[in-house]
Design a protein around this ligand. Sequence first.
Ligand code: ADP
Ligand code: MG
Length: 579
Amino acid sequence: MTEPIIGIDLGTTNSAVAIIENGTPKIIPIEDQSTMPSCVGLDGQGHLLVGQTALNQLAANPESTVTSIKRQMGKNTTVRLGDRSFSPEEISALILGKLKSAAEDYLKQAVNKAVITVPAYFDEGQRKATTDAAKLAKLEAVRIINEPTAAALAYDAESASNQTLLVYDLGGGTFDVSVVVVEEGVVEVKASHGDTELGGDDFDEELVQHVGTQFKNTHGLEIGDDLKAKRRLKVALERAKCTLSDQPYVKIDEDFLYEGKHLTSEISRELYEQRIASYLEKTLGCMHQAMKDAGITPQQLDKILLVGGSSRTPAVSNLIESTLEIEPSLEVNPDLIVALGAAVQAGTLAGVESQSILVDITPHTFNTSTLNSSFIGPHLICVPIIKRNTPLPCRKAEVFYTVSDRQEQVTVDVSQGESSIPEENTTIGEFVVAGLSPVPSGNPIIIEFALDLNGMLKVTATEKSTGLSKEVAIDTTKQTRTFDLEEARENIAAISGETILSDENAPIDAENDHQAILTESKSLKKRAEALDSSGLDAADVDEIQDLVKRTRSAILEQDWEKVHGLNQNLSDVLFYLED
Ligand code: ADP
Ligand code: MG
């Protein structure tokens, strides 16, 4: 058996270690976690703490705890820990030592060699300091590779095809974006740009400011005056921030936070996204600069890889997608991808065959639909809750609002597919939540989708103000590619206790006719929506609106003859207007 070589992501905030196992890169757990805080400390008795335990005492014991040592690498400086001082290499060596021993426990053999990643912008001095830190930890750094290179390797270890990738790495304290080209299996960083003072820490601080202001308004007290209370708040808000990546709201409850006063607050994802918008705009600026430096246009990009814990914020991928019109890849965990890529490189150096990472992902997007307004009146559009290529298992929620005053119930429909047009996706279920509070329109309803490893989708709708909720489970693996109306109807009936379309006993031929008529009216409605309303007469707009409205009632009445007639009318009007 060859001597093992491990791959290490020595991060500013978190570190991770991985190895090739049975041909694929695997993360080695450290105290049952996939990553370890890059944090070192001394406890009250002077015992060394590395990782989570050191981070846990940060709030209580800041003088004896060191974080973000990576920022000091290559500088001739020291940091204090209790009454002693340490070089950045020494602190990093303690972190590397813990990763090494986690790997040894896992592999049940000695580990003496590693591939370690560094940011693309690290200069020779910083790379040398990293190698020295490894030596202090009794690890030979057989290769130092760039983080974006590692990400590209993890993503497509054996792809023979030539590819141009954009690696967007938003970590705890730094942001890097690189253009990476893979040619004949050789990975090269063409351009790199970034901001060494931008990351998740800034987002935490935004939330601390927000909640601090609320606290001041309620109690007239400045939390910032008390370092311990402020640190405690920061820990709570970092956790809250991560929750907001999957949920539309998060509650914060900190008893006796400051001067005996409790802090309770609720933050919405919407507010959070507003607070960090200017930071995200800045990352886009860097992204354009890196592409310019590499001399490529967005059209030349084959893929966008999201790296770093902070890139889990949904606003990040949404913003990139709307700017570049490319959907970023979500297949590999952004906080593990660099360590996994380091393991791929390590495997190659150790002479171990490896292939790309195998992950369970959902191949489809799961949507619910919501009302949207256009000039022909409100119409339904699909809103993705879980996007395709999301690793399994996953749980995501979004908030929707009632449209009418005293609205008593909402219908939640669930569809599978990539379109925003409901007719183009496959309906896989529908259910009703009744008994909502008699309040004005805008009552928030949280819709959560949870998809397990077996493809079971659990959908929960909850009225935010009361907690009233309803849940259904849908087996998505049973879905065939074609839309099986009968099965869907049974499905719907089973979960909602009522049939949505009640022509169950209609003969097959008539059923087909109805389907054809329905399909036609849907496509006409789409054509109507696509018209440029600014170029139309008021009379024409009225006529279209009227026809669409009457068609909708006729469909509800299941008067197919009437629908057919209205379709012809609408078709004539559109024919003349589209010309
Ligand atoms: P680094 O490369 O700096 O070591 P990481 O890639 O581990 O950092 O990113 C750490 C940052 O990611 C922290 O600010 C952390 O709060 C943030 N983070 C981790 N998970 C999430 C999440 N689910 N949503 C938003 N931010 C997250
Ligand atoms: Mg990182």
